[in-house]
Write a protein that binds this ligand. Structure first.
Ligand SMILES: Nc1nc2c([nH]c(=O)n2[C@H]2C[C@H](O)[C@@H](COP(=O)(O)OP(=O)(O)OP(=O)(O)O)O2)c(=O)[nH]1
Length: 173
């Protein structure tokens, strides 16, 4: 199973108080052309928090402290009945730097009320609104139709809200 992370930096705009999330438009790889949070696959020896912080730095140039990430979700994506990817989701209001485009990603601050779910993975509209409201979620999402995952069809899902994520299923927070 692939172990991956997503990170959703949040800010409150000082002029009108709008709550915004930093999304990326993914320029290559899985989910190319869609909006998502910064994130990616975990490397050997990394914790999930370290992975989320590294991917955020590499993709959009924001510095986040692994310890300042708040665990918001654990999502499992299944493809044709088999576990494909475990995704650990974080959010944070604590970061430094200005978002900068990279080869992999074009960053964009978006109002949390105007997230472009029609240009994202099909499952995101089921769980991301709650995550952006500050809730925690554990979910299983079933896809069918073979590799790659981003060309498979989203079939159905199960969600559990307001769960304790103090410790992940593998024991790593
Ligand atoms: N929002 C959302 N993200 C997803 C879904 N499925 C899924 O794998 N992801 C995330 C997990 C990872 O952060 C990202 C895929 O990993 P990645 O960015 O490293 O993939 P890639 O093929 O570009 O990898 P690489 O070669 O650049 O390392 O997509 C989904 O259904 N919704």
């Amino acid at each position: 199973m692939i172990e991956a992370t997503l990170c959703f930096p949040l800010r409150n705009r000082s002029d009108d108080g709008t709550d915004e999330v930093l999304l990326i438009e993914k320029r290559r790889g899985l989910g190319e052309g869609w909006y998502n949070g910064p994130g990616g696959k975990r490397e050997t020896g990394e914790t999930f928090r370290e992975c989320a912080a590294r991917e955020t730095r590499e993709e959009v140039g924001l510095e986040v402290e692994p310890a300042a990430l708040e665990k918001a979700g654990e999502l499992t994506f299944l493809l044709d009945g088999e576990g494909h990817t475990n995704c650990h989701v974080y959010r944070t209001r604590s970061f430094t730097g200005e978002p900068t485009a990279s080869d992999e990603a074009r960053p964009e601050w978006v109002s949390v009320d105007e997230v472009p779910y029609d240009q994202m993975w099909d499952d995101d509209s089921r769980w991301l609104p709650g995550v952006l409201e500050g809730r925690t979620v554990r979910g299983e999402f079933r896809f069918a139709g073979g590799e790659p995952l981003d060309e498979a069809a989203f079939v159905d899902h199960d969600l559990e809200w307001d769960v304790s994520l103090e410790s992940g299923r593998d024991g790593s927070p």
